[in-house]
Ligand binder design. Sequence first.
Ligand code: DX5
Ligand code: ZN
Length: 229
Amino acid sequence: MTQSPLIAPSILSADFADFGAEIRAAEAQGADWIHVDVMDGHFVPNLTFGPPLVKAIRRHVTTVMDVHLMIAPVDPYIEAFAEAGADILTAHVEAGPHIHRTLQAIRGAGCKAGLALNPGTPPEAAAPLLDMVDLICVMTVNPGFGGQSFIRSQLATIRRLREMVGDRPIRLEIDGGVTPETAPLAAAAGGDVLVAGSAVFRGGSAEAPDAYGDNIRALRAAVAEAAPA
Ligand code: DX5
Ligand code: ZN
């Protein structure tokens, strides 16, 4: 990687009563993208929100709205999330039997298509889909909750996917447990978008957002220090 990875704060760790202000603060403090975690209480054991909320927060996002769908089924909701203003819509390969159709539908709805892989899924699951995706999201926790520990065995999956992607214009996003300790490992393995929830939003608030900036700079600095000169 020649360029430093993008930082995508996950609003799962922000104040749910004040998403607009939280997003504006995170962007003002250096966020490259805003990562939006949609959970259905079925595919993952937690519930967050649906298209109306995504639509409501859209106008606060001036960077890229990166919507991670942890829902099954996916297809009945693609149009609604596209209309809500998602730039990237990411679906899980494990969420149903027809991921190829799902990715087609996401692009057909005008969004960039992302494919997410749980820690139990081999990287080769992405192989038939590489020409249909703009992003691959490697889960480095079991999805459902913020604040979990990075699963280091996923580094091999990241490395393998980096090889498989080759020179295709596909972002390799790392999601879960990203901290100043683990970010350099994820980046060295080939990740070029780092999602971080608790590691960005800890210690601050929309009214006192300097901590968000400190946290984002700490992630960038950790990656830069570890990178070969
Ligand atoms: C986990 C979500 C992540 C989560 C990451 O299911 O997909 O995006 O917000 O949170 P941290 O960075 O706290 O592990
Ligand atoms: Zn996520």
